[in-house]
Design a protein around this ligand. Structure first.
Ligand SMILES: [Zn+2]
Length: 302
């Protein structure tokens, strides 16, 4: 899970492309040509995809007040997955990050299904509908902010609103020691500002048509936003089999705040090898290492 989970933001869209469509196309072409002259070949391919998909970029200052951008652009300390800012040093970077070292309910963990308390029944209801998305490269991951209300209902009683979806490579959670190539986190919050994150493992296989739209809008530069397709059918991303592991943990990025309800689905979804590679060109190790479960026993609903 990502630090951007803390606040909802409503971007102010760059609308000039509606007024000057031809200028917009010209500007994109110019931008593309300039990019080609300077880009490495791997990134080049993603830029081409963004160009032909009709994604709408807007500026990359992060001025809309998005918490993640602020955290990196100024004020809050920088953190990363490398060197002196790597996960083992996160708590040293700020007093606000102390839970990263001293918390007792941290994430991710290895989900040991053979140790799990077993329950029957489907506890997750996804009240999702096709929604517009805004895709941002926040310097830690690729994230799609969801611009309409979608809800997750847990146990028929707890309602959470979907804020954003983002990705890690490799997967952060393990399941019985297995590490998938990627993991998607669907971050929800309720009216008490409590978080519920649905984790979905990603394995290599068939091309994913739903994520194809999002992938074509992946910004290659930090803090760049692209307005994605007008409607992204997120419900189609959810595996039909709702077998899920539940446990209580934390954000997997600074400040590593605890009290996060995790629902990690056992059935992976698929991305093509190329789709996985396209993500890894940008982020190939944005995963926090496995944390000590400290006696936590996970629950399996099947
Ligand atoms: Zn995450």
């Amino acid at each position: 899970m990502n630090d951007e989970d803390h606040s909802r933001w409503r971007p102010v869209y760059f609308r000039s492309h509606f007024l000057f469509p031809y200028f917009g196309t010209f500007a994109k072409s110019f931008f593309l040509l300039m990019k080609i002259r300077h880009m490495k070949s791997g990134i080049y391919a993603v830029v081409i995809l963004a160009f032909i998909s009709g994604c709408t970029g807007h500026d990359k200052t992060g001025r809309e007040g998005h918490s993640g951008d602020q955290a990196t652009l100024g004020g809050a300390p920088h953190w990363s997955y490398d060197g002196e800012e790597s996960p083992e040093h996160w708590a040293e970077l700020s007093p606000d990050f102390i839970a990263c070292a001293e918390g007792h309910f941290q994430s991710p963990i290895d989900l040991e299904t053979y140790e799990a308390r077993k329950y029957h029944g489907d506890i997750l209801e996804f009240h999702y509908h096709a929604s517009p998305i805004d895709v941002v490269n926040n310097g830690h991951t690729i994230m799609a902010n969801i611009e309409e209300r979608n809800h997750l209902l847990v146990n028929d009683e707890q309602s959470y609103e979907l804020l954003q979806v983002h990705f890690h490579a490799p997967a952060e959670h393990q399941i019985d020691g297995i590490v998938y190539p990627m993991e998607m986190h669907m971050v929800h919050v309720n009216e008490e500002s409590e978080y519920a994150v649905v984790g979905i493992f990603i394995k290599e296989g068939a091309e994913n048509a739903i994520l194809k739209d999002l992938w074509e809008c992946m910004p290659t530069e930090y803090y760049q936003h692209n307005h994605g397709k007008e409607s992204c059918d997120l419900r189609a991303l959810i595996p039909e089999n709702h077998a899920v592991i539940h446990y209580t943990g934390s954000l997997t990025t600074p400040p590593c705040s605890e009290g996060v309800e995790w629902y990690v689905m056992e059935t992976p979804i698929e991305l093509s090898k190329k789709q996985v590679m396209d993500f890894k060109v940008l982020y190939d190790h944005n995963a926090r290492p496995i944390q000590d479960p400290e006696g936590r026993v996970v629950e399996e609903f099947n």
